[in-house]
Design a protein around this ligand. Structure first.
Ligand code: FMN
Length: 195
């Protein structure tokens, strides 16, 4: 078992794909496990001191049904000793008034359960009207990715974010040298079919 548990909620697999990339290309080998929240349980979350949660926003700014269904499981876990980083996927042009809202909703749920949340991310470089993930101080509460409009920026954003959070999630481990395979393909429907 790795030292970091990566848990994701994903409807059309974009977030699932990013979770897998983080595990396989952006963190040292063997340090992280990936779990789909659709089938995960509280004991699995509790097994890790360091956690990464990823969620997309679907259904106009709400939690996905997967995440909503998982919240009672989170109540069974003492998150007060755990370090948590968050990432979210959204569509800033399609949903400019609800951009990555589920990420912000998840952040509040984790704070309410006393998790220590790290990994805020600058809002510069995104265009939107409102977002629950926007902390109001020039940062989002976690890494924000937009595979619909800015897939070409995802690789760079992931690399910088992981470099920033790795010392907190995996104390004492050197950052990995990124390989060429680490590049994130634009996740168009065509790509997904070919994968
Ligand atoms: C029906 C539907 C509703 C969506 N609602 C939102 C939204 O409210 N806010 C947002 O930022 N993105 C929204 N999106 C965009 C998705 O979050 C985005 O495509 C994301 O990459 C999907 O990730 P997933 O495949 O992991 O679910 C929506 C997409 C769909 C298809």
């Amino acid at each position: 078992m790795g030292r970091i548990g990566i848990f994701f909620a994903s409807e059309t697999r974009n977030t699932a794909e990013v979770a897998r990339l983080i595990q396989q290309h952006y963190l040292p080998a063997g340090t992280a496990d990936v779990h789909d929240l659709e089938v995960a349980d509280a004991a699995q979350v509790d097994a890790y001191e360091s956690l990464i949660f990823g969620t997309s926003t679907m259904g106009c700014g709400n939690f996905s049904s997967t995440l909503e269904a998982f919240l009672p499981e989170l109540d069974k876990v003492d998150l007060s000793g755990k370090t948590v980083a968050l990432f979210g996927l959204g569509d800033q042009y399609g949903y400019p008034a609800e951009f990555c809202d589920a990420l912000g909703l998840l952040y509040v749920e984790l704070l309410r359960r006393n998790a220590y949340v790290i990994g805020s991310w600058p809002t510069a470089g995104y265009s939107y009207e409102a977002s629950r993930a926007d902390l109001g101080d020039g940062s989002f509460c976690g890494l924000v990715l937009d595979q619909d409009n800015q897939p070409q920026l995802t690789e760079h954003r992931l690399a910088n974010w992981i470099t920033a959070i790795q010392p907190s999630l995996l104390p004492g481990t050197p950052p990995i040298a990124l390989q060429r395979e680490a590049s994130v393909r634009p996740m168009t429907p065509g790509n997904r079919r070919a994968a």
